[in-house]
Design a protein around this ligand. Structure first.
Ligand SMILES: *Cc1c(COP(=O)(O)O)cnc(C)c1O
Length: 382
């Protein structure tokens, strides 16, 4: 009998020697904090993406919190102001809106699993100030239409690009038109560190504010202070009641080493996706499963490979019994108590929430694994 397999949803792959080399430099000079590698990675990220600013944070969640806090304060928004957002996301997206004291207004998704532009337009009121857009699984969805809607209605566009590191739109890194872009480099994302993220404002002034707010509101960072010979360490001003949200040089070391592999890694993810599609083509034709639509302009980072099935929980059980451990991205956020005021307002999202399965997607998988997974799926869906 064949040995029971153990195929997890995610598994990070590191260029171990390159990571250790970067970290060694930090340990040798005796500096693991903000500055040094964090600045180097910020510069590399700007070069890679073409974004005008990049601030390295200790998570994407921290970046999301900072972005809304700063947009609110600098634009004079109050607690009645609304941000249109999606129910199909990781909760930190929507928590960021609530934490900033703003109102999340949920709009429905389309067959890309991203916000449906027509539904967004329907939700615009005089109180709407921004759209929070999540590129699900690396898919940009109809971001071109969202950009136009935001321009026409004078709304800020916040791009939760936690899944989108490396995603391109018409050959260019996605999101340059957004007011702010937030990437995640959390342990299972496409550019894994341990925990870290990037906050990229278009507005240079907001970038400067973020750097202060991310370190308790202090207006001078430790690295700058230690480079003036270590004198006058206490001589700083405190401009805000800030938080502790900045990243550190150990995480940036991992990010620097991993960034070199991001495009190749994503290319391999797309290859895995194409093997899945090839293996599942008959089931798709017969209607047993549906795939997620990715517009032609988008080259997805393929953080996820998701399918839609009628009997999701049965399929998951069957996969588990065969040593395959898929996931679900995500449960409709209006199912959670703090967002339950919007329950029932996004039927398409709700349908997906009950029928989506994320199949294993990571760099340790090979064609044989994909064939095995699809064989189990074909056996389960008849
Ligand atoms: C992972 C994730 C986040 C949060 O990222 P962290 O770096 O873990 O804080 C935010 N939004 C989405 C869509 C995510 O998947």
């Amino acid at each position: 009998m064949e040995k029971q397999r153990n195929i997890q949803l995610f598994k990070a792959k590191y260029d171990i020697e390159a990571c250790l080399k970067e970290i060694r430099e930090c340990l040798e000079i005796g500096w693991t904090g903000i500055g040094f590698k964090t600045v180097e990675f910020e510069n590399k990220w700007k070069e890679y993406t073409g974004y005008s600013n990049a601030f390295f944070t200790n998570s994407a969640t921290a970046g999301l919190y900072l972005s809304l806090d700063i947009l609110k304060e600098e634009n004079g928004w109050d607690e009645h102001c609304e941000v249109i957002t999606t129910p199909i996301t990781f909760v930190s997206t929507n928590h960021a809106i609530l934490k900033a004291g703003l109102c999340p207004v949920f709009a429905d998704v389309d067959d890309t699993l991203c916000l449906n532009p027509d539904e967004v337009v329907k939700k615009i009121t005089p109180a709407t100030k921004a759209v929070m857009y999540v590129g699900m699984g690396g898919n940009a969805g109809h971001i071109d239409k969202i950009i136009n809607i935001c321009r026409d209605h004078n709304l800020k566009l916040i791009l939760d690009a936690a899944h989108m590191s490396g995603t391109r739109w018409n050959q260019k890194i996605v999101g340059r038109e957004a007011d702010v872009i937030i990437n995640s480099f959390q342990a299972v994302k496409n550019l894994p560190t341990g925990d870290s993220g990037m906050l990229c404002f278009q507005n240079d002034e907001y970038d400067k504010i973020a750097r202060k707010k991310a370190w308790l509101g202090i207006n001078k960072d430790t690295y700058l202070r230690s480079s003036d010979g270590g004198n006058y360490k206490w001589k700083y001003d405190v401009e805000y009641v800030g938080d502790k949200y900045h990243g550190n040089s150990i995480m940036a070391s991992l990010a620097i080493a991993q960034l070199k592999h991001l495009d190749d890694d994503n290319e391999y993810r797309r290859k895995l996706a194409s093997w899945y599609e090839e293996q599942l083509v008959r089931l798709v034709k017969e209607g047993g499963i549906r795939l997620i639509h990715i517009p032609n302009e988008c080259i997805s980072s393929r953080h996820l490979f998701q399918i839609v099935v009628d009997k999701r929980d049965e399929l998951v059980d069957e996969l588990n019994e065969n040593g395959i451990y898929p996931g679900v991205h995500y449960v409709d956020n209006t199912e959670y108590k703090m967002y339950s005021y919007a329950k029932g307002t996004c039927p398409v999202a709700h349908y997906y929430s009950e029928h989506l399965v994320s199949l294993p997607m990571h760099l340790d998988l090979n064609r044989d694994d994909v064939e095995y997974i699809c064989e189990i799926i074909r056996g389960a869906i008849v």
